[in-house]
Structures are given as structure tokens and as C-alpha cells.
Design a protein around this ligand. Structure first.
Ligand SMILES: O=C(O)CCC(=O)C(=O)O
Ligand SMILES: [Fe+2]
Length: 527
């Protein structure tokens, strides 16, 4: 590192450069503002570590980047506060305060924010108050599509052969990964080129991530173990998990009516304090990421049909998973869409031990499911084939992504319908100083009001239906249907519910099936 790069002025210039290209989560509600302000007055920043490991399995392709430092420089709120080039706590906490202040005052330039902080002796609450009461502050340049420092690195090359300054469009649809291959992605910037996901390491300010981890670890001992029938997923799951909602009222609603695999959950908990604190940060960040993806990846820069309107992704609930030791895992599955609706986005935060997450495409992305609905023989639409018109899907290889402590993986809108994911058992793990052998994962979700249990169809068993898509029948590829929860489960010895060929359907169930129609924004149209 050059001397010049180390100088305070240069560091400040670097920071401002990164900062002005970035979009910090915007905190809008007054309760959320209060939480950020509370956090701002208590926090000190500490360094984070991250590590990308390589793998020597057969048939493994490892994509390496020439410029790891640059490529790992990805977007996250804490990117703005974590300074590889900056030494010393004081600098870090200034950056953290700037990031927090920016989330409260998103329209102000970084220079203005710094001036405000200096004027207010470093107090974020006072600086924010001052900003709100002043009308003559300089504004950040407004752009309809926010760009991010890390997203510019996201758009930088996924392979070593390209120059780090060039940008390459993320292909849509994504290229096929050759059958039997596992593509190990070693930098976050590679992820969106091969999977319908983005990875944001060092997502939270380090102290906040550690606080959240400690809260989660306190919850874990009372988690239940779910074999084969883990909540929304019909899958072998040798790990423990629990379900969280925002408040008691929601918890009561969930206990009353939300069905998972034919029964209601009895273990429904409310968010821990830090889950509440990070909710507005996550919401703002995810909405920014979704908008960026729409602008840069999806055809004609339009949201995919059935996606939520822009800026309306919000957190209603979360599954918290705990993987204790190298062998605990979750088999191939996609998350059930029943309450999430079509084209859902899921924010998955990892804490503690780094583990390997895999993704595999199982069906094409269908852009227009708006085809005339006609009655068909229910056999034809069974997921996984059987009946006429079966889709001959060319099996594809898989992508492997390592998820370190405090990394956020966003599963984007095309992920659940066309891909499956899993957490791979590990040969060995590196213990985490706080979590020991445990990995905690929280998947934050946006349940739709229009898909509350009292609104969705019941099957002939009298149980709320499950929402699925057709994945193997060419003529109806991508269509959505409501089916019997029991009738849509498969006996599944190896945890892979994608490969149902040759497996038997579970006993019982009424075989109910009804086509599901959704409007452009993904809300159901009932007939
Ligand atoms: O632990 C993970 O990263 C994934 C968890 C998951 O797939 C789920 O909660 O549905
Ligand atoms: Fe999942």
C-alpha cells in the first residue's frame, strides 16, 4: 500500500469517492429512526474478518479473481464503515457514524454529513436534528437508479481474463452450468453471473452482527429438530430451526392459521431486539438492490411479472436456522411460496461458522405466465412429471457459495420458482470465536397480506392449500397452482425433492388442484 494511500486526506478522498457512488439504506419510519439513533449512540466499530476458501473436489471449477481486494469491496451498509485501508478505531467509528447519519438523511452529500457531524461533536442524533432543521444543505445528486460502490464492483469481471475496470452485463437468463460440475465462486462479484442471487459480505456493522449472533445463540437451545418436514420445506433437514414474527399480534395470527405441511406451528417467537434494529436497514438495502437488479439485469429494465411493486419489499417474518457442527445441513429445496407469493425475494443473513450454500437450476425462468387458463387433467401438472407433455430438462451443475459470518445473501425474484438451494454438509469447519461450531442463518421474508391463510383456497381435506409452480410440463411451464398440502409431498429418502422421479407420493391427501392466477404485482386474482 503506498504512503499516499495511507494519508488521512487520501483516505478521506477514497471514502468520499466510495460513499458518493453508494446508496446507504434509507431509514424512513420514525420507530426505525429511533433504533438507528439508539444504535448510533452506543456503538463502536471493530474489524471483521472474511475468508473465501477453495475446494479440491473432483469436477470442481474454481473461479478466481485477480483482484480479490477490489472485488470483495462489495455493497453493504457496513462497507461504508469498514475500511480496509484505514487503521484505528477513531476513523472507523467516524465512518460508522457517517453511514448511520446518511441512512437518516439520505439526501445529503457525504461532505455535508461530515460537516454536520463535526459541528455536532460527532453526535449522530444532534447532526440529524440539525440537518432536519436546515433547508440550505447541499443535496446529493439524485439519480433515478441508485448505483453503489460495491455494485460497480459487482459489475466488474467475474473471470480473471477481464480487466477489473470493465463492466459486463449480468446475463439473463443465466448460462447453464455443465452437468455434474460444481462451480465454486470465490468472490461475491462472481455470484450474480452464475446464480440468481447477490452476496454482500460484512453486511452489518461488526458489533451489531455480534450482538445479533449472541441473541440468536440464546434462542437456539430451545429450537426444535425437524426431520423431513421443515416448515415450508418438504426436505430432509438435519438441523434445528424456529420461526419468528415481528410482534405478538402477528404471532397469535400465525398460531391460529398459518399451515406448514398440514399443521400449524406451535413454536412461534417474536423478533429479538437486534432483529428489530436491523429490519429498516435490511428493508432499505433490499429495495435498493431489487431496483438495481430491475434496472440492470431484467429484460427491458422492467420488473419481472408478479414481482412486488418497487420499494415495497418489507419484512414480516423470518426463519432462524442453526447448524451445529460440520454435518448439519439442509437438503435441496425451494422455499414454499404459499404466503410469499410468486417471484419473492428472500434476504438470508449468515452468522457464526462459515458454511457452503449451493444453488442448482431445475427449470427455465418463465417470463410470461399469463397464458389462457383451461381445465387440464390434474395429473399433467404434477411437479416432477408424470402424465403427458413432460419437460425434458437438461440437468445442470451447481454453484457453491461460501457464506461467512455477517454476510447477506439475497435470493432474487427468479430463485424459488426455477432453482433449488441447499446447505452442504462440510468435511470440516473453522470454529467461530463466539459461535463455536454453530452457524446461524436468518431468512427474512415478506409475507403478502393478500395471501393470508383466510384468503387462500382450502383443499378437500379442509386444509389451506400450498402454492407451487409447474416445473416439468412444457406446455404449462411456470404456471402456478394451489394444491393439497399432503398430496404434494413426496417420500424423500435423500432430501432432494427435485428429483422425485421413481419416488412414491406420500399416503393421503385429496389430490386437490386449482390454477392460481396473479396480477402483475403478484397479488392473487380469485375467480
Ligand atoms: O441456512 C441457509 O443458508 C438456508 C436456509 C434455508 O434454505 C431456509 O431457511 O429456507
Ligand atoms: Fe430455503
Amino acid at each position: 500500500m503506498s504512503k499516499d494511500k495511507n494519508s488521512a486526506a487520501q483516505r478521506k478522498r477514497n471514502f468520499f469517492e466510495a460513499f458518493s457512488k453508494s446508496k446507504v439504506p434509507v431509514v424512513e419510519s420514525s420507530a426505525a429512526k429511533k433504533q438507528v439513533l439508539e444504535y448510533a449512540s452506543n456503538t463502536t466499530a471493530s474489524p471483521v474478518s472474511k475468508r473465501y476458501i477453495e475446494n479440491d473436489e473432483d469436477n470442481v471449477v474454481i473461479l478466481k479473481s485477480e483482484n480479490h481486494d477490489k472485488e470483495e469491496n462489495v455493497d453493504s451498509p457496513s462497507r461504508l464503515v469498514k475500511k480496509e485501508e484505514v487503521e484505528g478505531e477513531e476513523e472507523e467509528s467516524t465512518d460508522l457514524k457517517l453511514a448511520l447519519l446518511s441512512s437518516l438523511q439520505p439526501s445529503l452529500s457525504p461532505e455535508t454529513l461530515l460537516e454536520l457531524l463535526l459541528t455536532c461533536n460527532g453526535s449522530v442524533p444532534s447532526a440529524s436534528k440539525l440537518a432536519s432543521s436546515s433547508s440550505s444543505l447541499s443535496k446529493k445528486q439524485s439519480t433515478s437508479i441508485p448505483t453503489q460502490s460495491s455494485l460497480s464492483s459487482f459489475l466488474s469481471p467475474p473471470s480473471p481474463t477481464q480487466s477489473s475496470q470493465s463492466t459486463r452485463k449480468i446475463p439473463f437468463p443465466l448460462p447453464a452450468i455443465p452437468k455434474f460440475k460444481t462451480l465454486h465462486l470465490t468472490t461475491p462479484s462472481q455470484v450474480p453471473y452464475y446464480a440468481p442471487a447477490t452476496l454482500h459480505p460484512s453486511f452489518l456493522p461488526p458489533d451489531l452482527a455480534n450482538k445479533l449472533l449472541s441473541e440468536c445463540l440464546a434462542e437456539v437451545p430451545s429450537f426444535g429438530k425437524y426431520e423431513f418436514r421443515l416448515f415450508e420445506r418438504n426436505v430432509s433437514s438435519p438441523h434445528t430451526a424456529s420461526f419468528f414474527v415481528k410482534d405478538e399480534e402477528m404471532a397469535a395470527q400465525h398460531r391460529r392459521g398459518y399451515m406448514y405441511n398440514g399443521s400449524v406451528l406451535d413454536d412461534i417467537r417474536t423478533f429479538t431486539p437486534t432483529m428489530h434494529t436491523i429490519t429498516p436497514l435490511l428493508e432499505s438495502f433490499i429495495n435498493t438492490q431489487i431496483s438495481h437488479r430491475i434496472a440492470t439485469v431484467y429484460p427491458n429494465s422492467q420488473k419481472l411479472k408478479h414481482m412486488l411493486p418497487q420499494n415495497s419489499w418489507h419484512i414480516t417474518s423470518a426463519f432462524m436456522n442453526c447448524y451445529d457442527g460440520a454435518k448439519q445441513s439442509v437438503g435441496w429445496h425451494s422455499d414454499q411460496l404459499t404466503y410469499l407469493g410468486p417471484r419473492t425475494v428472500i434476504a438470508s443473513l449468515s452468522l457464526g461458522v462459515e458454511r457452503e450454500f449451493r444453488l442448482r437450476r431445475v427449470a427455465p425462468v418463465v417470463l410470461d405466465t399469463d397464458v389462457p387458463f383451461e381445465p387440464v387433467d390434474s395429473e399433467v401438472v404434477e411437479e416432477g412429471g408424470g402424465g403427458g407433455g413432460e419437460w425434458k430438462w437438461q440437468p445442470e451443475g451447481q454453484v457453491s457459495i461460501h457464506l461467512p459470518h455477517n454476510s447477506l445473501l439475497i435470493m432474487h425474484a427468479e430463485c424459488q420458482e426455477s432453482w433449488k438451494h441447499s446447505v452442504h454438509p462440510a468435511r470440516n469447519i473453522q470454529l467461530h470465536p463466539v459461535a463455536g461450531g454453530k452457524r446461524i442463518n436468518i431468512t427474512f421474508r415478506c409475507y403478502r397480506k393478500s395471501l393470508r391463510p383466510d384468503r387462500i383456497p382450502k383443499c378437500k381435506c379442509g386444509v389451506g392449500c400450498v402454492l407451487k409452480t409447474v416445473q416439468r410440463v412444457k406446455e404449462r411451464m411456470g404456471w402456478y397452482f394451489w394444491g393439497c398440502q399432503v398430496g404434494n409431498q413426496w417420500k424423500d429418502a435423500d432430501g432432494d425433492d427435485a428429483d422425485v422421479e421413481g419416488k412414491e407420493k406420500k399416503e393421503g391427501g385429496c389430490g386437490y388442484l386449482e390454477w392460481a392466477k396473479f396480477d402483475d404485482d403478484g397479488d392473487p386474482i380469485w375467480e
